[in-house]
Design a protein. Structure first.
Length: 324
């Protein structure tokens, strides 16, 4: 994409996604997440990555048929019977208590995100066997107060997303920073859809492999929290059908939180940026604002200033973009 070509087409201080995000009906729908298989595959994948040495267990001579811990070793570490653990790993988590899950989390050395994911999967298993009726995704609603917050962040790129990584709104600088996503043919604007379906993504995200892995881990965690979200399962089905990279990462069953860190971009207008990000959860809405800043006095800070000027120029209707 060449600088200035259709970028930041609208002059609003923030843009709201038009129409329902991640709509089903694209021909790539999948059924709601199979909870039993999710529990089975997650526990098996976590067990396979831990060696007896890492778990503090003695290792005797002879070859082992499994790459990580045996089921009986996990049961021993968790203080439960082998039969009970086998039942859990087969996906039958009905009635599993928080104490048992906590013991399993310690035995499998789960981090914070993995522990939360295990509890989410089991919570869904312990819910009613009758899944709630699928609901058509509502039109995205951005509360006026949230819009004003975004609008007030005049020197900070920021955008609003839901758990499916649909970008629902962005302030002017956020729209400029993520212009390749907003102008991508992979629409509606969705972080995961852009990363896996747009050939421009590896150039825009300087650390594409890391961004792709983080994105899949976020979606995997969201699927654990909301296994009956038809729009989410539709998005996962679309990406699984169209992207080999997504399928491989999805099969790893990795989950992680993505609250703070550093992201590197190669922007088509201003070039390279290294921006720190912070995630601000809006618990009343189930949404998240992600905001970016540059270290003062760095080339990234200078590039962000140029990007802000370019965005303001286009928003005011001038047609000559700044060059990088």
């Amino acid at each position: 994409m060449k600088p200035g070509m259709s970028l930041l087409r609208e002059s609003l201080p923030y843009q709201v996604l038009t129409g329902p995000p991640s709509m089903p009906g694209t021909g790539h729908n999948v059924e709601a997440m199979d909870n039993r298989s999710e529990i089975r595959d997650f526990l098996a994948s976590r067990r396979a990555r831990i060696t007896p040495e890492q778990a503090g267990l003695p290792v005797y001579g002879g070859s082992r048929r499994v790459p990580g811990l045996r089921r009986e070793e996990v049961a021993l570490l968790a203080g439960i019977s082998i039969d009970y653990y086998t039942r859990l790993e087969r996906g039958n988590a009905r009635g599993a208590s928080d104490a048992v899950l906590g013991a399993l989390a310690r035995a499998l050395q789960l981090d914070e995100a993995e522990r939360a994911h295990l509890f989410d999967l089991v919570r869904a298993a312990n819910a009613s066997t009758t899944a709630p009726a699928p609901r058509r995704p509502a039109r995205p609603q951005v509360r006026p107060a949230v819009a004003r917050i975004l609008d007030s962040m005049t020197t900070t790129p920021a955008y609003l997303r839901n758990g499916r990584m649909d970008i629902l709104a962005a302030n002017q600088l956020g729209r400029a920073l993520y212009s390749p996503v907003f102008d991508s043919p992979a629409q509606p604007a969705n972080h995961a859809r852009f990363i896996f379906l747009d050939p421009a993504a590896p150039e825009f995200f300087a650390e594409w492999e890391r961004s792709a892995s983080d994105t899949v881990a976020i979606l995997r965690a969201e699927a654990g929290r909301n296994p009956h979200d038809r729009a989410l399962s539709g998005l996962i089905g679309e990406l699984s059908t169209r992207s080999d990279a997504f399928r491989q990462l999805w099969a790893a069953h990795d989950v992680r939180f993505h609250r703070t860190g550093l992201k590197r971009f190669h922007h088509p207008v201003v070039g390279d940026l290294a921006l720190a990000f912070e995630a601000l959860d809006l618990t009343a809405d189930g949404l998240r604002i992600t905001a970016y800043t540059a270290e003062p006095g760095t080339p990234s800070a200078d590039a962000l200033t140029v990007l802000a000027s370019w965005a303001a120029t286009l928003a005011q209707g001038r047609t000559t973009p700044l060059s990088s």
